[in-house]
Ligand binder design. Structure first.
Ligand code: MF3
Ligand code: CO
Length: 263
């Protein structure tokens, strides 16, 4: 069981440099992908575009071939999760339609260090409820990031996400969580998007976390499809997902996966 008790790595200056580099590539590619989202585009075409950006930039995919504990290797460089798909959607022949909401989750490593980020975007015009779901989920991430200052405790992050999400009438998904990130895509600690404040280790400069609230407009119940990756809501409700990779510093948190124009 991953928990609070295990060591949280502190990055050296050299490691932080590499993570800045990885994070910048992730942010730039997500901007390119967002531009390509429109009705009629297939999720597989978005993956192909992401793969071209990876090779053009001389970085490595963090996702392709990833195989946590007995799961089949993840087959793509991008996760594309549409509407009631929460996370880890495998790109393929599905065409995006006007009114859909689509989560693009992308990660690369540069000289062995990873960056990981996700954004949920509208396809053309979307209805008011979906727009609010996106706004609240992004806001919950921003709120958690504001908590990433030395002296705060780890559980303050998830607590703030939960407050923001539930205060707006939405639901936090509990099966998946944020995570430490660095030489591995997933490092200690495990960072749930809910919980009581004031628990767990104190945050220190040099810690780098990927914070990723997943939020639904209905129940929190999750089903994983037969492909063993795609997680959907059991009740068919809409889901949104936003993620950034963030460095804790002596001052403000530094969002490594943000460039001008990013979420
Ligand atoms: N942001 C997602 C996560 O941390 C991306 C993982 S995709 C995978 O779970 F293929 F690498 F699993
Ligand atoms: Co992640």
């Amino acid at each position: 069981m991953r928990g609070f008790r295990e060591q949280i790595p502190i990055k050296t200056r050299r490691e932080v440099e590499r993570m800045r580099e990885a994070g910048r590539h992730v942010a730039e590619v997500l901007l390119v992908l967002r531009e390509a989202v429109r009705p009629g585009v297939t999720t597989g075409e978005l993956d192909a575009l992401a793969a071209r950006e990876i090779s053009r930039r001389g970085v490595q995919s963090s996702f392709k071939g990833y195989d946590p504990q007995g799961l089949p290797k993840y087959p793509a460089v991008l996760c594309v999760s549409v509407n009631d798909e929460i996370v880890h959607g495998i790109p393929g022949s599905r065409e995006l339609e006007e009114g859909d909401i689509v989560s693009l989750d992308f990660g690369v490593s540069a000289e062995g260090y990873h960056g990981d980020s996700a954004v949920t975007v509208p396809v053309g015009d979307i209805d008011k409820d979906r727009k609010r779901l996106l706004d609240v989920t992004r806001q919950s991430l921003d709120e958690a990031i504001l908590q990433m200052i030395p002296g705060n405790r780890l559980s303050d992050l998830g607590h703030r996400v939960q407050q923001c999400v539930e205060g707006s009438g939405f639901t936090v998904v509990r099966e998946f969580a944020g995570h430490g990130i660095g030489r591995a895509l997933h490092e200690n600690p495990w960072i749930p998007n809910y919980g009581k404040p004031g628990r767990g280790p104190r945050l220190l400069p040099g810690m780098v976390f990927a914070i990723e609230p997943m939020v639904t407009a209905g129940s929190a119940e999750v089903l994983v499809l037969d492909d063993e990756w795609t997680a959907v809501t059991v009740d068919g409700s809409m889901a949104a997902h936003f993620e950034h990779t963030i460095l804790i510093t002596e001052q403000e948190p530094e969002v490594l996966t943000r460039v001008p124009g990013s979420h």
